[in-house]
Design a protein around this ligand. Structure first.
Ligand code: HEC
Length: 108
């Protein structure tokens, strides 16, 4: 008997949707942001500093919440204080870093 019900198609579609959801979820995260914040080798950094060297527990970041261009501020520090390369504003890295910085500032 021929039927239009094809469970394998449903299963495959479900699998694809799950994969897509996971991929999106992996794009940016607090965990990634925290790891980056502590990393002295972040984005090609050429000195021993991590963000945490100067901003432990959110020190000096109070203005971040109202900073009109947080990404720019982060990149300034990354380049001027760590000798690193700036990060793309839309990258998962930058979004994770912003997420982590904002969490530190708003949870103080
Ligand atoms: C060598 C010390 C040093 C390092 C390393 C450093 N910063 Fe900074 N950061 C500062 C200082 C000093 C200021 C305030 C003066 C200024 O704006 O340059 C600042 C300002 C900022 C601001 C703006 C805060 C506001 O009030 O608007 C942000 C956001 C920030 N840093 C994030 C970071 C991040 C993220 C990293 C790591 C990629 C980092 N900083 C690395 C010293 C540092």
């Amino acid at each position: 008997m021929k039927t239009n019900f094809m469970p394998w198609k449903t299963i495959m579609l479900g699998g694809l949707m799950l994969m897509a959801t996971n991929a999106l979820a992996e794009k940016s995260s607090m965990t990634m942001g925290e790891k980056m914040f502590m990393d002295p080798h972040l984005s090609g950094s050429t000195n021993a500093n991590s963000c945490n060297s100067c901003h432990a527990q959110g020190q000096g970041l109070a203005g971040a919440a109202t900073n009109p261009d947080l990404g720019q501020a982060i990149n300034n520090c990354l380049m001027a204080n760590m000798g690193g390369h700036k990060m793309d504003g839309r990258s998962a890295e930058m979004r994770s870093m912003k997420m982590y910085v904002m969490a530190m500032v708003t949870h103080q």
